[in-house]
Design a protein around this ligand. Structure first.
Ligand SMILES: Nc1ncnc2c1ncn2[C@@H]1O[C@H](COP(=O)(O)OP(=O)(O)OP(=O)(O)O)[C@@H](O)[C@H]1O
Ligand SMILES: [Mg+2]
Length: 496
């Protein structure tokens, strides 16, 4: 009883608050995860852009260095200077001057003890006339526009591949392209590509990539960076998803347990009230019989006395059966039922159960017909339990079949197995209950006889457990209003 109290104490949780509470918890945890992941996403976006900046800057300073490295290959100082962030800053400032009518030049001169680097800034003296912009550019001796353009093309290709290498090193596996700007005018070489780049997720600063001549600047563009961002977040995304799944699964199982506990409590309570009633009836019948015997001195009337004693005996038998059922239930649930298997002809058992049931039904208009197989059907089974099984199935057919029950019991055996079927013309069992009738305590709630026909809801549970313990199975074919057929399939006995 304490268990019931505990369970009914939990009722408030399962009924009214649990579902909204869980929905709230789930929503809150989904919401928090979404917010958190959103923040992380934005932070990672910033980080990816920073990494891209770094990659282009590295590539640009390497490209710069390579453009002047010839002749200085052995000078660590020279290399360190051109690959230093400080130089990169000076260089960027120098590059940005171009829009203001400045031109730039660069020379280096190797001396035995040092290298002189000269950065030239060329400033136009007069305001240029519109449409005649003055371009100031110095070429080293012997260089023509053609040779410079060719060299610039080569250096641009080198810059581009350096950028690719740097991106790969920083694990930035992105679809990128570049926009080339005219060094002097700052106009893009290809307006179409430039236009496309305006919608891109990432555009780098513009970098010069060559120190000998200043024709173009390079800008790296990535149309979308979300792929890399999500890839970098994969562990976070995975763990969030896992968390949600685990929480969901935990709640799901919790609900299932709560639900089955509630159903179990309800069924158990129904069983107790049913059982009390069932136990009380025979006790009060016997009480009344004994009372009559003593009160009316029936010792002198042997016919009546015998009659009352018989009634009492049959009631005691019923009581015994009922107690057995409850005991069996406990043993079945604890897995303690031990089968005493022996070579057993099921037809013998069927015949005896059918004939005793026929006797019991003699006064009513129900008819039980037995259609035996022509040869004996042997199983390796426990006769006591198998007889109980047959008894339960025929008892159900009679109980639920009403006054004019027509019951056909038949047996067929093949080499592999034995089919025993119990067919009735009763109310039938509708599809939704066909699995559940085998659960313990379950009784079909729509059955019109559910209150008049007494039962504990244990019979079929017992039948199924016992048959399965014998290695067999129980099948139910039924339709509401069209009778039911229970078929037991048991493996036939084979000598090993
Ligand atoms: N032949 C049948 N025709 C119609 N309904 C049936 C038939 N057999 C069983 N049922 C339904 O299945 C339910 C479960 O049957 P089960 O034998 O397990 O319990 P019970 O007959 O109610 O009680 P018990 O057998 O323990 O006295 C019954 O309550 C009844 O609603
Ligand atoms: Mg029954």
């Amino acid at each position: 009883m304490q268990q019931y109290a505990e369970l009914s104490g939990m009722k408030w949780l399962s009924n009214r608050y649990a579902y909204p509470l869980v929905a709230l918890v789930m929503l809150a945890s989904i919401g928090l995860q979404v917010i958190w992941l959103g923040q992380l996403f934005r932070a990672q976006q910033v980080q990816v852009k920073r990494d891209l900046d770094q990659a282009v800057a590295n590539a640009a300073s390497q490209s710069d260095y390579l453009s002047v490295a010839q002749g200085h290959e052995n000078s660590e100082n020279f290399k360190n200077f051109f690959l230093s962030p400080d130089w990169l800053q000076i260089k960027q400032a120098f590059t940005r001057l171009r829009d203001r009518q400045f031109g730039g030049s660069f020379t280096s001169q190797i001396r035995p003890d040092s290298t002189i680097v000269t950065i030239g800034i060329h400033i136009a003296n007069d305001k240029p006339r519109v449409g005649h912009r003055q371009i100031i550019r110095t070429y080293d001796e012997g260089e023509t526009l053609q040779t410079i353009t060719a060299a610039d093309k080569r250096d641009l290709a080198r810059m581009d591949s350096l950028v690719k290498v740097e991106c790969l090193r920083a694990q930035l596996d992105l679809d990128t392209y570049h926009v080339i700007y005219d060094y002097d005018s700052g106009k893009p070489e290809s307006p179409a590509i430039w236009k496309k780049a305006q919608q891109a997720a990432y555009r780098s600063q513009q970098y010069g990539y060559n120190l000998n001549f200043f024709l173009h600047t390079y800008q790296l563009v990535a149309q979308s960076i979300n792929g890399v961002v999500l890839y970098r977040m994969r562990y976070y995304l995975g763990s969030s998803l896992l968390m949600l799944l685990l929480t969901g699964a935990a709640f799901f199982f919790l609900f299932r347990i709560m639900r089955s506990q509630r159903l179990y409590t309800q069924e158990r309570l129904a069983f107790t009230s049913n059982m009390t009633h069932e136990l009380k009836t025979p006790v009060s019948v016997i009480e009344a019989a004994l009372d009559a015997i003593t009160r009316y001195g029936l010792a002198r009337d042997p016919v009546k006395l015998n009659n009352y004693i018989q009634i009492s005996q049959s009631e005691l038998q019923r009581l015994n059966l009922m107690i057995d059922k409850v005991l069996n239930l406990d043993q079945l649930d604890n897995g303690q039922v031990l089968l005493r298997r022996e070579l057993y002809d099921v037809q013998q058992g069927l015949a005896s159960v059918v004939s005793s049931m026929q006797l019991r039904q003699a006064q009513t208009s129900s008819v039980i017909t037995y259609q035996p197989a022509s040869e004996p059907c042997f199983v390796g089974g426990d006769p006591v339990h198998l007889i109980n099984v047959f008894y339960n199935l025929i008892d159900n057919a009679l109980k639920y079949g009403g006054k004019n029950a027509r019951i056909i019991v038949s047996c067929k055996c093949s080499r592999e197995d034995i089919h025993i079927s119990f067919q009735d013309n009763g109310p039938g069992i509708s599809g939704i209950y066909q699995e559940r009738v085998f659960e313990r305590f379950f009784r079909v709630p729509e059955n019109p006889d559910v209150h008049t026909v007494k039962g504990s809801g244990l019979g079929l549970h017992y039948v199924k457990q016992i048959v399965e313990k014998h290695g067999g199975s129980v099948k139910l074919q039924s339709e509401a209003g069209k009778g039911s057929t229970f078929t037991i399939i048991l493996p036939a006995y084979h000598e090993v």
